[in-house]
Write a protein that binds this ligand. Structure first.
Ligand code: ADP
Ligand code: MG
Length: 227
């Protein structure tokens, strides 16, 4: 499903560049669930942005389902994200002029799904927001906005789910409901799940745990250094 080969990534800072990822290689099989853990600033979000084709590595290659991302145009990357990925960012990127239901319905409408309203309403109910369908993002709390963003990312049952601290803004109970939904899609549809999380018990629910440390990715269990 995912193959990273010798990924190097740096950001320009003042006159030089700061290296974030160094020689990162990784294979993730279709249907696997993988937790990415590591201290703040270790490059977890950067790794997800690269997987989504929203940023490009300095070196190395990324393949998603056999397609090399660096061989795609920006339009083709956008199509790939729309059709095959569900992406949950730390910032929610909701459309302010659309209601909760409108935000979740949009990806289905773009895809021409005749059942878009029913499917969107169903997934909003499953994240506990059926009573907020007609609310606009600015009328919702941070946790509610996060749940709308998660519903929108998952409503088209994508084969690849990329989630950046999906339960980070949620109380324990809501976080549990949202992670149950993520794992349910993963289990029932065989979606591949790559999730950045600080939550140790959530990381342990994944098939594998990977830790980013000093720009390198190591297979490893959750430990005291991961939080
Ligand atoms: P994490 O998600 O693990 O907290 P990030 O991937 O967001 O880490 O960031 C890794 C490092 O790269 C941090 O030191 C951060 O400051 C830096 N960084 C991230 N994005 C940019 C950017 N657009 N420009 C410059 N530096 C960045
Ligand atoms: Mg981050």
């Amino acid at each position: 499903m995912i193959r990273l080969t010798n990924i190097g990534m740096s950001y320009p800072v003042e006159q030089s560049r700061v290296s974030v990822l160094k020689e990162v290689s990784l294979d993730i099989q279709a249907g696997e669930s993988v937790a990415v853990i590591g201290p703040s600033g270790s490059g977890k979000t950067t790794l997800l942005l690269l997987l989504a084709g929203l940023d490009h590595p300095d070196t190395g290659s990324i393949e998603i389902q056999g397609t090399r991302l660096d061989e795609l145009t920006n339009d083709e990357l956008a199509d790939l994200r729309r059709d095959r990925m569900g992406i949950v960012f730390q910032s929610f990127h909701l459309i302010p002029s659309l209601t909760a239901l409108g935000n979740v319905t949009l990806p289905l409408e773009i895809a021409g799904d005749p059942e878009s309203n029913a499917k969107a309403a169903d997934i909003l109910r499953r994240v506990g927001l059926d009573h907020r369908e007609t609310h606009y993002p600015m009328q919702l709390s941070g946790g509610e906005q996060q749940r709308v963003a998660i519903a929108r990312a998952l409503v088209h049952s994508p084969p690849l789910i990329l989630a950046d601290e999906p339960t980070g803004n949620l109380d324990k109970e809501t976080g549990r409901a949202v992670s149950d939904l993520l794992f349910e899609l993963h289990d029932n549809l065989g979606s591949t799940l790559v999730m950045v999380t600080h939550d140790e018990s959530l990381a342990q629910r994944c098939d594998r745990q990977l830790r980013l440390d000093g720009g390198a990715l190591v297979e490893g269990c959750v430990d005291a250094h991961s939080a």
